[in-house]
Design a protein around this ligand. Structure first.
Ligand code: SAM
Length: 294
């Protein structure tokens, strides 16, 4: 039996055979550790009825595992040089579709319609390129794709921010955005040694269980996120000062304090202490009062 693509020996052999050179600018750090791959795949809870969307398959280390665990796999890779390699090394797996695309530009609803017709539920499973982690995850969540969960290797510090609770220094607009759409859970932290080449940041695997409905109902989603963004503009400032700068010019201080009181929020609090529920209440109170960004 041939070794798995992800074994260190086979990875080196593939890289040499095709004369592949890593591009740091594309976040290319390939996985060579069987235990970590097992953890990632088992966290996605795949079965033959499920689909898996992989972003950035590299030379196919994780793709090969997904092909064995899911019914259908689609892998979107931006680097054209990797496409012939993937087609070759993954040729034993007929349930894999490889697409040469930038995941940030491709129409994912169309990809789902074309590749996952007849599939029960779809998971995103990936060792993400770290330079675009947040835009990729926000695209997946905001586009409201029919996803069950998202299991991704990302920078440890970003994973901690996504899963953070109110009150700590990791909690911010990213925590709120991710928790509005999903329930994040840290699966494991990962040492540098599981990649070639080794990245110079720490890594972690996170699972986002995608929510069917957000945990709070807001009158206007766009305005809700605007209020959240505004509240963290300067972390050391109070919520009142941050909101004043964005929404209340000139004489607006008294009106702002009255609206904060109506929302049950002390104006001296900082943005990092408010829960998702409090932001929802606050944004509805401001929205009802006709407040708009200035
Ligand atoms: N999945 C492989 C593994 O675990 O060994 C490779 C992971 S590597 C961290 C990230 C991969 O994402 C690279 O293959 C890179 O070329 C690809 N990539 C980077 N930016 C991308 C983008 N915008 N769209 C799709 N793929 C991208």
């Amino acid at each position: 039996m041939t070794d798995r693509i992800s074994s260190p020996g086979r990875t080196k052999e593939i890289i040499q055979r095709y004369g592949f050179s890593f591009k740091k600018s594309l976040g290319q750090n390939f996985l060579i550790d069987q235990n970590i791959l097992d953890k990632i795949v088992s966290a996605a809870e795949l079965d033959e009825q499920s689909g898996a969307l992989e972003i950035g398959p590299g030379i196919g280390a994780l793709t090969e595992r997904l092909a064995a665990a899911a019914g259908k796999v689609t892998a979107v890779e931006i680097d054209r040089r990797l496409i012939p390699i993937l087609q070759d090394v993954l040729s034993p797996y007929p349930n894999v579709t490889i697409r040469n695309d930038d995941v940030l530009k491709v129409d994912l609803h169309q990809v789902f319609a074309e590749d996952f017709a007849g599939v029960d539920k779809v998971s995103v499973v990936a060792n993400l390129p770290y330079y675009v982690t947040t835009p990729i995850l926000m695209k997946l969540l905001e586009e409201k794709l029919p996803l069950r969960n998202i299991v991704v290797m990302i920078q440890k510090e970003v994973a901690e921010r996504m899963a953070a609770s109110p009150g700590g220094k990791e909690y911010g607009s990213l925590s709120i955005a991710v928790q509005y759409y999903s329930e994040p859970e840290l699966v494991c932290t990962v040492p540098h040694t599981v990649f070639i080449p080794q990245p110079n940041v720490e890594s972690a695997v996170i699972r986002l269980k995608v929510r069917e409905n957000p945990p709070v109902q807001v009158m206007n989603e766009k305005f809700f996120f605007e209020v959240v963004q505004a509240s963290f503009t300067q972390r050391r400032k109070t919520i009142a000062n941050n909101l004043k700068a964005r929404f209340f010019s000139g004489e607006g201080r008294e009106r702002l304090e009255a609206l904060l009181a109506e929302a049950g929020i002390d104006p001296a609090r900082r943005g990092e202490t408010l829960s998702l529920q409090e932001y929802a209440k606050l944004s509805d109170v401001l929205y009802t009062a006709g407040i708009v960004s200035q």
